[in-house]
Every structure is written in C-alpha cells, then in structure tokens.
Design a protein around this ligand. Structure first.
Ligand SMILES: [Fe+2]
Length: 234
C-alpha cells in the first residue's frame, strides 16, 4: 500500500502549487516554515536499498514540474559526483550530518570548490548546474528530503543529470539518479570523462571506497588503486 503523505509534506506541496514562479529563496522559506523532521517521513525510508543502489532513493511526490524524494543514507552510502539536469529551483533538507563536496564543473575540467559538511536542520539550495557529491561517512544512518522543480518544464525536471564516474573513466546522463556503479538501464547517454585533477580523484576515491568495500566490489577497488598508482607515477 502506498504510504499517505504526512500533513507537513502536504502543506509544502500545496504551498508550492499556489505559486506560479518559484525560486530557491521561496522554496527554502516554505520548507523551513514547515519545520519538517525525520520522524514525519519514517514511512518513506529506504535504508534497505539494494547493493546496486549506493543510497536509498524514494519518490514521495511528482506533479511534473516539481518532485519530492526522501534519500536514505546508511553508513558508507554515497552518490557519485553529479549535477541536477533541468532543475531550476530546489533544496535539500538535512536530517543528519552529510559529508559533502561542492565542485566547479566546466566542459573540460572539474575542481573542488568547498569541502564543508551539512548538519541536521540545514537546508541547502539546488539548481541544475550545481555539481556535488554527498553521502554518509559517519556510523549513524540518516535521511534527507530533496525537492527539484522547474518554472518552465511540465515533466522530467531532473532529466539529463550529469554523473561523473572517475573509477570507470566516463561521464553519463540519467533521469536524476546518481548512484555509484549505476545499473546500465538508468543511463541515457555516456561519454569519456573530462580532465579531472589528481586531488579531486583521490578525494573522490577516499569518499566512495567504504561503499565499494561494504558491497565487496573487489574489482572496482583494484581499478581505483591502479588509477591512483598511475596518477602518482605520471
Ligand atoms: Fe544532488
């Protein structure tokens, strides 16, 4: 049976639907006023996600021009480095401490802009070209609520999200999912990876290694080690 929407989430949806044009300041205000907490959303947890998904991703609501998801993060769970496709406005509401990197992404390079974590109670803004990685480097599971919207599109607001896969030397596009070692069926297109500096690759590997260790992906871990060796020689 489909869980019923909690009152606080229904209020957020009604409020968002009452505005013709939304920006990040407005969605942040609406979510902040709703005073959401993790227990309001317990029914949508997906901590028991499959090993082929590197974090839990559960759709709560989608009316075409915006969607709401609850992500569940077990210890070691991580996204890949990704952006958010056609998203024009949105936010992430944190119910635990998430490890986070913000990147500067151009057509041919990726650099780290910020290494600051997000804490419980914080709300971060999201738009299509926001390139980041997030996950759980702690021992405690937690959830995050994500809203992605558009003022111009009537469907698939996070389509063509760009996902970087340094361990496979490629970048792919998806409908919005940003799993590590993603199932081929979720991939819309793929291309060779743009130039990524050593420090970005090493930092990325250190973040996602616990996930690959947890699911026993020895061949991917070996591939990562080989890449590190090659990069330190060259
Ligand atoms: Fe994201």
């Amino acid at each position: 049976m489909r869980p019923t929407l909690p009152n606080k989430v229904s209020k957020v949806i009604n409020e968002l639907n009452s505005h013709k044009l939304i920006d990040n300041a407005l969605v942040t205000d609406i979510v902040s006023l709703a005073n959401l907490n993790a227990s309001n959303l317990d029914e949508f947890n997906s901590f028991n996600h499959s090993a082929f998904e590197s974090y839990g991703r559960k759709l709560i609501y989608d009316n075409g021009n915006f969607k709401i998801l609850l992500m569940s993060w077990r210890s070691g769970d991580f996204t890949a480095i990704h952006n958010h496709g056609y998203t024009e406005w949105g936010c992430v509401c944190f119910f635990g401490e998430a490890t986070h990197r913000l990147y500067n992404a151009t057509a041919d390079e990726l650099t780290i802009l910020q290494k600051q974590n997000f804490n419980e109670g914080q709300i971060a803004s999201v738009c299509g070209d926001l390139t980041h990685i997030m996950g759980n480097s702690s021992s405690k599971s937690f959830t995050t609520l994500h809203i992605y919207g558009s003022n111009t599109r009537q469907k698939d607001v996070s389509k063509d999200a760009l996902v970087y896969m340094p361990e496979f030397n490629k970048a792919v596009t998806t409908m919005g999912s940003a799993y590590l070692n993603m199932n081929k069926q979720l991939i819309l297109s793929e291309k060779p990876l743009a130039k990524i500096p050593n420090d970005v690759v090493l930092d990325y590997f250190s973040l996602v290694k616990p996930f690959y260790e947890r699911i026993g992906q020895i061949s991917i871990l070996q591939k990562m080690e080989k890449t590190i060796e090659n990069r330190s020689v060259n």
